[in-house]
Design a protein around this ligand. Structure first.
Ligand code: SF4
Length: 376
């Protein structure tokens, strides 16, 4: 079976990507915009660069705003192109300052994005790549939504632009000279990013462009549950050089991983680690292994010992994530003592381990909790 047909065999979407009769320019690359202005407007390529800055630097939502274009070009743009933006359905703020944005995209699709204040300055934004998810990880609330569809490129990048708009309004309201900055991006919201590989790759190019959001590639991390063919592509196409990869591992035996992450029945732990071994070495980035700690499932001393044996050959970091409960799940978070013991054993084995503090769990925004719940 080819890699593509294997991927298609994962949970199928209820819909395809939305199509529009008009050009959805916010999803175009810089090169595509330069070509498009030539064919659609008969304009020189530099008009494409001007359009890029309006769409991604100024976050313009209509051709009228594009004052350095001629009236004729603006009228043609209004006729031929689509400048749609997401609408913000809800913005909930947690006690720790984490914000959850619930957003509505094309065809009424609803999904979420989380803005997390960094300890120093600025924000990390956790963005979604799908409406629901094509996978069925047992510890994840998003999995309960089923899989509606992949997000289009413009819907991925506009999550960041909506958050930038929010920070801009806050700066204006408080009289701050500059809005707070989004410095880091993690593709760890709704969906398996590498199962929407093409749109995610395009979104990274747009978001890292200095004339757009300008987020450095080394500050962008893509998470994967272990989609081996797409991890191989991630390495082959050069993304692994700059973009961080976080592997959601969560178990140390195939029996347990099969149970809590059914994707393991397709690509088991050994196959997954082989794929990581084959990634070209990055000068800048270490692989991160995410490990959601589940009481009596994957938190024993033996698990800690096996985790050390599995990953210590890699230049890696382990994020231990105490499970964030969600309604209807039988899974539980281990006690603080159990978590401490697990982490201490891993550290004694030489691993670099960080215990991830839950952020925004009082508004259902913490890791694994995004499920369009009505908590505010
Ligand atoms: S953990 Fe990630 S890949 Fe797994 S179901 Fe949740 S959103 Fe999908």
């Amino acid at each position: 079976m080819s890699a593509v047909s294997e991927l298609v065999a994962l949970r199928p979407p209820r819909r395809g990507l939305p199509r529009s009769d008009r050009a959805v320019l916010r999803g175009f690359s810089r090169a595509e915009l330069r070509a498009w202005v030539g064919t659609a407007l008969g304009a020189p390529a530099f008009r494409g660069d001007q359009l890029f800055e309006w769409l991604h630097g100024q976050r313009a939502s209509s051709a009228d705003a594009m004052t350095n274009l001629s009236r004729a070009d603006r009228e043609a743009l209004a006729r031929l192109a689509d400048f749609e933006r997401l609408s913000v359905e809800l913005c909930a703020t947690a006690a720790d300052g984490t914000r959850k944005l619930r957003l509505r995209g094309a065809l009424g699709a609803v999904f979420e994005s989380v803005l997390i204040p960094n300890p120093g300055r600025g924000y990390t934004q956790c963005i979604s790549s799908m409406v629901g998810c094509s996978l069925t990880c047992r510890f994840c609330a998003t999995a309960t939504l089923g899989f509606e569809r992949n997000l289009a490129t413009w819907e991925i990048v506009d999550q960041v632009y909506q958050a930038q708009d929010l920070l801009q309004r806050e700066a204006e309201a408080t009289g701050a000279k500059w809005p707070a900055r989004i410095t880091n991006l993690v593709f760890m919201g709704m969906g398996e990013p590498l199962h929407n590989y093409g749109q995610v790759k395009r979104a990274i190019e747009l978001l890292s462009d200095p004339k757009g959001a300008g987020i450095a590639k080394r500050r962008i991390t893509v998470s994967s549950s272990g989609l081996v063919p797409a991890i191989e592509r991630f390495g082959r196409e050069g993304l692994a050089e700059d973009i961080g990869l976080a592997i959601s591992l969560n178990a140390t035996t195939d029996a347990t991983r099969d149970e809590i992450m059914p994707i393991n029945t397709r690509w088991n732990i050994a196959t997954l680690l082989d794929a990581i071994r084959e990634l070209p070495p990055s000068r800048r980035r270490r692989v991160t292994f995410e490990y959601v700690l589940l009481a009596d499932v994957n938190d024993t001393d033996d698990d800690a010992t096996r985790l050390v044996a599995l990953v210590s050959e890699f230049d890696c970091h382990v994020n231990a994530i105490p499970f964030n409960p969600h309604p209807g799940t039988p899974l539980r978070r281990p006690s603080p003592e159990r978590i401490g013991r697990f982490v201490a054993r891993c550290r004694a084995g030489g691993l670099s381990v960080h215990i991830r503090t839950p952020r925004g769990d009082d508004i259902g925004a913490a890791c694994g909790q995004l499920a369009l719940e009505a908590k505010t």
